[in-house]
Ligand binder design. Sequence first.
Ligand SMILES: [Zn+2]
Length: 263
Amino acid sequence: MTILIDSHCHLDLVEQTTPSHLIHAAQQAGVHYFLSVAVDLEHFPQLLAISQQHPNVCVSVGIHPNTPCKTEPTVAQLVELAQHPEVVAIGETGLDYYRSHGDLRWQQQRFRTHIRAAREAGKPLIIHCRDAAADTLRILQEENVADIGGVMHCFVEDWAIAQQAMALGLLISFSGIVTFKTAKVLHEVARQVPLEKMLVETDSPYLAPVPYRGKVNQPAYVKHVAQFIAELRGQPFDLIAQMTTKNFLTLFQPTFAVNCSTM
Ligand SMILES: [Zn+2]
């Protein structure tokens, strides 16, 4: 049986529906497991509750680089929250010079705090990077991410950057952006990335893939991302699904991994 995992979604941010509905719709499309990613700490209890109600959902803990904060998180605070068995990763964290401006040292410091928390908690990182590839890679290298592991989520950079990220031990995750006709540079990356380095995601409710571009995204649509990559590479859809599922389970080791291996 072919199963797909949405490696990055925000089940709590999709409006006018419930996580249960989204999960049900996804299951109809063969998408059985989900990593619902944190963007702030205020809503972390609600995120955790979704995971506790749905054993096929795991979560992360962290603060998105664009989320405004009155007080910056500490390493100890993130590590403590990461102790819940539902938490499989730290993030999403990283750098975003597209939406934040001015002196962004606070953002870099927040990123380092997350990397250090990931090391201490023994959990991989979910990395967001927009218009900041050079600094992101530099900080990851300085903080020795290679012995922590993680994923460059919603990858939109070129093949050279992808190679540098993989050299640091990171996986490359493709979102609906890869299905956009104009994303030629990204198509090249999706053709070349080794199967054992690849994940797929929706980033719901954002960035719906073709043919839903412009609409509200949902985890069920990760199927279109995987299908597009399969066609692009001339490989069977089942192979893309199997490999991305295997890579996900290896990186995040969610408690539901036990059920996946018996499917
Ligand atoms: Zn996200």
